[in-house]
Design a protein around this ligand. Structure first.
Ligand code: KG4
Ligand code: ZN
Length: 341
């Protein structure tokens, strides 16, 4: 069985070809990073136009890399929730066109479930049941994952996502987009203890939510002076490194604390981490320490499977096995509310 998976939820156009045994025959990711860099964040309209331009070449290249032709495909799956509406529509339309033209089944992928499934793909073994921590530019969520497609939301950000906070603080410090990699690079030479930024909600043991907006404002006040939100920023490289390191540690403290709390509350013994922020070296280090100390199993995929990709769309094989096919009325669901099971 050859499954083509398509991912276009945000600013990466990606496709992969997978088999029923979860073998990856080909995977292609076209990043739009360069297009959004000058704006310091993803511009939805630019993202959807770029998807339109790259979706067919990406699919073509994927099929060729797998040494197949379109006629060899047995099913097509597409991430239709959550994400940017315009971006989601491009992937969905391409998938529907292929399903119709090739007369093959169409399957839906929940992008957040796919991020957790990346841990299944990377580890080569069953990771369920687990706690899923999804930290990306758009989400910071904790899920109870009873199975690959059986998720319950335990908590999430009440304002900015973790990756969004990295991107905004980087832009404040004059560091390039995307902010996560720039901040972690700058932080390597910084003193994480120089500034004591707040750890919002960490002491609230009743909730599994995050809040990064106040932390971002605390950094802003540190950079511009208390009470001032704008102005010239003229920081020396050591101060930039110290702010970056102190900010990064504050975010990491929040993520680790709530992940540990979720494991404790549910009694689960496995933590799966996904999303672009999972590429953060400090977060990985701190979670590894936490797992070693508390004795739980930790899965963090390699960088290429943390950021958006179509390999994690292998989760559609689970739906294929369960006979959960879609028809051509399949729609997009940009918001979080629609976790399909
Ligand atoms: O999952 P992703 O590729 O796209 C979505 O948002 O869906 O995540 C992108 C986010 C960006 O906000 C980026 O700054 C952040 O992941 N990121 C990182 C790192 N690499 C990427 N954040 C912290 N540390 C990193 N090393
Ligand atoms: Zn993502």
């Amino acid at each position: 069985m050859y499954l083509l998976t398509i991912e276009s939820t945000c600013d990466e156009t990606a496709a992969a070809i997978l088999t029923e045994e979860l073998e990856v025959l080909a995977s292609v990711v076209a990043s739009q990073e360069d297009l959004h860099q000058q704006f310091g964040g993803v511009v939805p309209e630019i993202a959807s136009r770029a998807h339109v331009e790259s979706i067919l070449p990406v699919i073509d290249q994927t099929v060729r890399l797998a040494n197949l032709t379109l006629a060899d495909l047995d099913a097509v799956a597409v991430a239709n929730t959550p994400g940017l509406a315009g971006s989601l529509l491009v992937g969905l339309t391409a998938a529907k066109a292929l399903a119709l033209a090739l007369d093959i089944p169409l399957l839906a992928i929940n992008h957040l479930q796919a991020h957790v499934y990346a841990c299944r793909m990377a580890s080569g073994k069953d990771v369920f049941p687990c706690i899923g921590l999804i930290v990306s530019g758009g989400h910071s969520n904790l899920y109870r994952c009873e199975g690959p497609t059986d998720f319950t939301l335990l908590g999430g950000t009440i304002d900015d996502a973790a990756g969004e906070a990295f991107d905004k603080v980087a832009s404040l410090l004059g560091l390039p987009y995307p902010g996560g990699p720039s901040i972690s690079k700058a932080a390597l030479d910084g003193d994480p203890k120089r500034y004591r930024f707040p750890r919002p909600m960490v002491d609230d043991k009743a909730r599994l939510d995050f809040s990064f907006s106040g932390l971002k404002t605390a950094v802003r006040y540190e950079v511009h002076g208390t009470g001032k939100l704008t102005g010239e920023v003229n920081l020396d490289p050591q101060t930039i490194a110290d702010v970056a390191a102190s900010f990064q540690d504050a975010v990491v403290d929040c993520l680790v604390a709530k992940a540990e709390l979720a494991l404790g509350k549910t009694g689960y013994n496995t933590l799966c981490v996904g999303g672009g922020v999972a590429a953060n070296g400090r977060l990985r280090e701190r979670l590894e320490e936490s797992a070693a100390k508390r004795g739980y199993e930790l899965h963090i995929p390699p960088m290429s499977l943390c950021t958006d990709n179509a390999v994690m769309g292998a989760i559609a094989i689970e739906r294929w096995k369960a006979g959960k096919f879609e028809d051509l009325s399949l729609d997009i669901y940009p918001g979080l509310e629609r976790i399909r099971s």
